[in-house]
Write a protein that binds this ligand. Structure first.
Ligand SMILES: NC(=O)c1ccc[n+]([C@@H]2O[C@H](COP(=O)([O-])OP(=O)(O)OC[C@H]3O[C@@H](n4cnc5c(N)ncnc54)[C@H](OP(=O)(O)O)[C@@H]3O)[C@@H](O)[C@H]2O)c1
Length: 338
């Protein structure tokens, strides 16, 4: 089978698509014929050895896939061959076949395409866990989403609206902000040309923001902390801007505000039943048409390098996915779309 192989932690331009032996299935695992694989910002960090976890070399990047189960291990009873599933497989997704632990695999609704499913898990599950479990976002509160047109950002807008919040989306271009409005944002801020703090003051009548969802980091974080309302919470999601900010703690004391760390992968592993209940709620919302996954790029596996560049160079909106098998041949629309 074909798979992208990372043999050394080095620039992502050195990754190659190779012919490799298909993976074998352990007793607690399932084998999936991959139809689509979601790309994540951390894929690019991982292959260069810059991510918080470093897989053993060689490895195939790609942590979330959608496809059809072709084989199950001897201990697996909940997942059956032929099921349409998505999986949080960790690594191995940029390939025609991938193995995953069975407890990280879940069947997908009939109405969900493989392309939608491949980009669904990490983004929606992270935002759901962050906003509901970690921040306890309440109806009527104000939610600020930074990097709001990115993979996790758009899902935070949609879930914020499901929870009844007033959502302010912040991003670097007007085009990205148009997309945020289409996904439910009530107000927008272009932080490339507006002062974030002043605009937040204006939009909240000087009170500040109840919850901020921050996947960006760098200087944006301190400005957002300074813009929190009393008892406000800032969710530490990630550092897409490349710099981990250092925040003066007196800012939290003065506003009685909180910084809240979010690590969805660790949560899903430690609390599988809670995670399964969260996914059930997300699938229900999807089937009711209340979530609208946005895929801005669909690339066949052979064009993985181009796809990863889009994600790493700030050009993606929503999700970018690789397609294989029948999903790749159903491709009047490959490459970067909207
Ligand atoms: N904590 C968790 O459990 C968890 C789960 C999933 C993802 N994450 C993390 O969340 C972060 C965002 O992930 P994502 O999938 O949403 O990524 P993404 O689709 O690339 O979006 C990130 C957004 O950050 C903004 N950004 C600002 N400076 C940037 C820069 N120098 N380079 C790239 N983007 C920049 C961009 O929006 P503008 O152009 O509008 O500024 C971009 O849309 C990553 O660090 C990821 O590792 C964390």
């Amino acid at each position: 089978m074909k798979a992208v192989v990372c043999r050394e932690f080095e620039p992502r331009a050195n990754l190659r698509l190779e012919e490799v032996t298909p993976p074998t299935v352990g007793p607690d695992q399932v084998l999936i014929r991959v139809e689509a694989c979601g790309l994540n910002f951390f894929d690019g960090l991982m292959v260069e050895g810059k991510y918080q976890t470093k897989p053993d070399l060689p490895f195939t990047p790609g942590s979330e896939v959608a496809g059809v189960v072709s084989q199950v291990g001897s201990n697996v009873s909940t997942i059956r061959p032929g099921m349409r599933v998505l999986a949080f497989n960790g690594t191995g997704g940029y390939a025609e076949e991938a193995v995953s632990l069975a407890d990280r695999v879940c069947p997908i609704p009939d109405s969900m395409s493989f392309v939608e499913a491949a980009g669904f898990l990490i983004t929606y599950a992270t935002s759901h866990h962050a906003l509901k479990d970690r921040a306890s976002l309440r109806a009527g509160e104000t939610l600020l989403v930074l990097g709001a047109a990115g993979g996790v950002g758009l899902t935070a807008i949609e879930i914020g609206k499901q929870l009844g919040a007033n959502v302010i989306a912040a991003a670097s271009t007007d085009e990205k902000l148009d997309l945020c409005r289409a996904h439910g944002a009530d107000e927008t801020i272009n932080y490339a040309r507006m002062d974030l703090r002043q605009r937040l003051k204006d939009l909240t009548g000087g009170r500040g923001v109840d919850v901020t969802y921050d996947p960006v980091g760098a200087s944006m974080t301190e400005a957002a902390v300074r813009s929190l309302a009393p008892n406000g919470r800032l969710l530490v999601i990630g550092f897409a801007a490349g710099e981990i900010p250092k925040i003066p703690l007196n800012l939290l004391l003065l506003k009685q505000s909180s910084l809240i760390g979010v690590f969805w992968g660790a949560f899903a592993r430690a609390a599988p039943k809670h995670h399964a209940a969260n996914m059930a709620e997300l699938f229900t919302w999807f089937e009711q048409g209340r979530l609208n996954p946005h895929i801005s790029g669909e690339f066949p596996l052979e064009r993985f390098s181009e796809a990863l560049d889009v994600v790493m160079e700030r050009a993606a909106k929503g999700k970018v996915v690789l397609t294989m098998g029948a999903s790749a041949s159903n491709a009047s629309k490959t490459g970067l779309m909207t």
